[in-house]
Structure formats: C-alpha cells, structure tokens
Design a protein around this ligand. Structure first.
Ligand code: 5AD
Ligand code: SF4
Length: 473
C-alpha cells in the first residue's frame, strides 16, 4: 500500500466508536485476503491467554476480531499471528512470557511474515515495555488492557507501516462494547459487569494495570445477557474484580440476570469480604438459579497482616461472614485465595491462616507465595520472608486445604446433583466432565451430545477436589 493510499484510508476512518473499529475490520479483511492470495493458503492466528477470568473474557473479544478479519484460529503457536494476553499478578507469570518469546523467535525465523503481539496486564508496566523494545525486537505489536477493542486498527498500522507498534493507554478513555466476540463455549459465557479495582491491597498490582473501577450500566449488562441467551447461552458468569462494589446494586442485577428467559444458571466472581452484603446472601438463598458458590479471597488469617495488606477486615470479621454464609446457605461452597509469606508474616501469623482454613473448612483454595510487585506498597515493606520459609508454609497450607476440601466434597457423596456438562473428559475415553453449582466438577460416562446440557448426576465417589459419578435418567 502506498503512503497516499494509507493516508486516504486513515482520513476516511470514522472517529466514533465502535464504527471506527468496524471500518478497520473491513480494511483488515481486504489486507488478509490479499496475503492469503499471495501465499495460496489461509492465514492462522493463535491467542494464548495467561491469568484470570478477565483475561479469558478479553481473549474471546480478541479472537472474535481476528476471526472476523479472516484469520483461522489454531491452538499451536506456529501460526501467522501469535498473541499473548499476559498476566502480571505474580512475577512468575512474567518470567514465563519472556521464556516463551524466545521460542517464538525460532518460529519467526522460519516464517518471517509471522506477527507476534503482546497485550494485557504485563504491558501496562513501563519497565516491561522498555525491556521488550530493547531485547525482544522480534515483537511486532504491543498494547495494554484499555485498548483491546482497537486490535483491528492496531493491526492495520502494523501491516501498513512494518514497524513495531506500541500503544499503551494510561487509563480507559472509553469502554467500547459490542464488537464481535468468539465464545470458547457455546453454552456458557462471562459477562463483564465492571472493570478495574479501587481497593489497592498493598501487595496487588491490579489497580495499577487495570485502572480505576468502572461499572457498566445494568441495562447494558442485561441487554448483553439477553442477546447471549438468544444465542444459546444457558449459564453466565458476571465478572468483576470486586462485584460487591458494583455501582448499581449487585444483588438486584444478579436477580434480574437470572430472570432472563433461557438463562438457567448464574455465577459471579469475585467477592471482597469487606463488603459482601446481607442482601446478596438473601438473594442467593432465595434463588436456586444462582450458583451455590462464593469465592471469597481470605489472603491471610492474621488480623495484623490483613491490616498491612489493606484488606479492611480482620480475622473475626471473616470468620463471622463465613459462618453467616454457612448458616444461611448451607449448600453453598466457599472457596478462597490465600497468600503466604507476605512481608513480616511470622509463624504465629501463619498459624492464624491455618486456623481460619480449618474453621471455615474451604471447599477449595488457590494458594500463592507472596510475589513482590514493583510499584505496590508491600514491595518496599521491611522483612520480606525468605523463599524457603514461604515454600514450607505453602506445603503445610496445601495439606490442610486438601483435608478441608475432602471433608466438604465428602458430604455430597451419594446425592444426585444438577450439573452443566462442559466437555469430554480428556483422560478417560467415553467420559464427560460437568460442573456443579458449587463449582466442583464430576466425571461420568455419557454421550458427547450432552455437552452444553444440564443433567442430573449421582456423585458416587469424592476424589479430593472432584467427583466420579453416573448419569441419572
Ligand atoms: N503475590 C502473590 N499473590 C498475589 N495475588 C495478588 N497479588 C499477589 C502477589 N503480589 C493473589 C491474590 C488474589 C489472586 C488473584 O492473586 O490472592 O486474590
Ligand atoms: Fe488486587 Fe485487592 Fe483489587 Fe483483588 S481487591 S484486584 S487483590 S487490589
């Protein structure tokens, strides 16, 4: 494309969103079609997602745009376009990305037209972008968390300028919804209800890379869910870093979403213990279309450490809340996130964490060794805990979590539960995997036509975090 042609196209582009992106999707369709004619084959794209549900949701949006402009999706990374949607919540995630970029270089040596792109949370960190610009010159495109909707426009620039493109926005200037999205599952889907986080837990980088809290209007969430239901979605998961601080009444939204025709089950993630309301507990209790699962990150059981973490609750508050949930909704599972080795954590603090785990008897827990994140308050705290000590605490914690989880899963053995069949079991031939309302999974024998259906399964055996069961007629 000549400089003049390119300028003419840029001048024609609408300034309004999402019209502007639909315009660039059309231009990219032409460019991809041309490339395909040149090569005599289809162009392929691979999106690799790191991190949480938010990133998984963003990747569905990214894949939607890529498919729209003509790429064929594939799972292996020897593709014409490879995109890493990165996470930076712990240092380990970053190290993995750098390692894999080395592998991608080899693919690019074989296919010089290959385009390598990076986006997501890690790219919102200045040092990361500087390092990639300097040491990973084979990367073609870098963007952040606030401009994923612009993928087609960014690709247009990459294809017509042939230089590394970097566009990171400090904060979300606007939220552009309703672009094409490719759902990983036909029958279930995440729905963003809010973006960002205002809590500034002292260890956490999320508020810096995802920006301030922005709640979507309830009518927009409901309209999107209605469209999804009409398209065959039976289960939605309402997504936010802290759904309890949703600006327009979360329990009411949950209730209304569950009333949309076609929606059979509603999940939500994540709840901050500091502001989980009685109204929410009441709504879940009275509505069996809402999942029997509350993910309630504890982080630490020590009141002193919780204060240092800026969590706004103490050990007793958490225990009281968990007890209230167990009493009001006895069939709900409670899962959690726990960090060990936060700066200054003593053996005594850690014993408080074990104590809470035993008392609440979590159904399951994600456990992490504290990871120092540049720019957070905890990074400059004294008494960083040695790796050896954290590792030993993590091992002890994992044992206790396994015990509480098996106590909890054990109680459902012998009962029949409703579950949504998600996929074929990857390990046992002829078996399917379905998810219960409480979020644990059951494996059982059945025909793959049941994928996407709610079925009744008898839970025969508990295996720690999952069940083996059989289909009930
Ligand atoms: N180190 C270890 N774990 C962390 N998390 C967030 N930040 C850190 C960190 N710096 C964990 C928290 C959070 C989960 C998503 O990741 O437990 O709930
Ligand atoms: Fe991070 Fe705390 Fe916000 Fe969760 S609530 S994203 S842990 S700052």
């Amino acid at each position: 494309m000549t400089f003049e042609e390119r300028t003419a196209i840029l001048n024609q582009a609408p300034t309004e969103e999402p019209a502007r992106q639909f315009f660039f999707i059309e231009r990219m369709k032409e460019i991809i079609a041309e490339k395909e004619a040149e090569k005599g084959r289809a162009l392929t794209a691979c999106v690799n997602t790191f991190g949480c549900q938010m990133n998984a949701k963003d990747s569905e949006k990214l894949i939607g745009i890529l498919k729209q402009i003509g790429y064929q999706e594939q799972t292996s990374e020897d593709a014409d376009f490879v995109l890493y949607n990165t996470c930076t919540v712990r240092e380990h995630a970053n190290v993995r990305v750098y390692g894999r970029l080395g592998v991608l270089k080899k693919y690019k040596d074989e296919n010089p037209d290959m385009i390598i792109a990076l986006c997501g949370c890690m790219m919102q960190e200045e040092e990361v972008v500087a390092k990639i610009k300097q040491s990973y010159r084979h990367v073609d495109l870098i963007f952040g968390t606030h401009n994923i909707y612009k993928l087609a426009e960014l690709l247009f620039h990459r294809f017509t300028e042939e230089t590394m493109q970097v566009e990171i926005m400090e904060k979300a200037e606007q939220t552009v919804e309703n672009l094409p999205a490719e759902r990983k599952f036909k029958f279930k889907c995440g729905v963003n209800i809010m973006y960002g986080c205002n809590n500034f837990c002292s260890y956490c980088i999320v508020p810096y890379v995802r920006g301030r809290e922005r709640s979507r209007l309830p009518e927009d969430v409901l309209a999107e869910t209605k469209r999804l239901a009409e398209d065959g979605v039976k289960e939605v998961m309402l997504l936010g870093q802290n759904v309890n601080s949703y600006a327009y009444n979360f329990p009411e939204l949950l209730q209304k979403v569950s009333e949309i025709p076609g929606i059979e089950h509603v999940r939500f993630m994540t709840s901050h213990p500091k502001d989980l309301s009685d109204a929410l507990i009441e709504t879940i209790k009275n509505n069996d279309k809402i999942s029997r699962h509350i993910h309630l990150p504890l982080q630490s059981g020590s009141s002193r450490i919780l204060k240092e973490m800026n969590r706004h609750y103490n050990k007793e508050d958490y225990l009281a809340l968990a007890e209230k949930i167990r009493k009001e909704i006895p069939d709900a599972s409670i899962t959690t996130d726990i960090i060990v080795g936060f700066p200054g954590e003593t053996e005594e603090d850690f014993l408080d964490t074990l104590d809470v785990v035993k008392k609440v008897c979590f159904d399951s827990a994600f456990t992490f060794i504290y990871s120092k994140r540049t720019g957070t308050r905890a990074a400059s705290m004294p008494d960083q805990v040695p790796k050896r000590v954290s590792q030993e605490r993590l091992d002890r914690l994992l044992k206790v979590v396994a015990e509480t989880a098996s106590t909890r899963t054990g109680r459902l053995v012998g009962t029949v539960q409703k579950a949504l069949v998600e996929e074929e079991n990857s390990k046992i031939d002829g078996y399917l995997t379905a998810r219960l309302s409480g979020n644990s999974v059951v494996h059982f024998k059945g025909p793959k036509e049941l994928i996407g259906c709610f079925v009744n399964v008898r839970l025969n055996e508990a295996k720690g975090f999952y069940y083996i069961g059989e289909l009930e007629e």
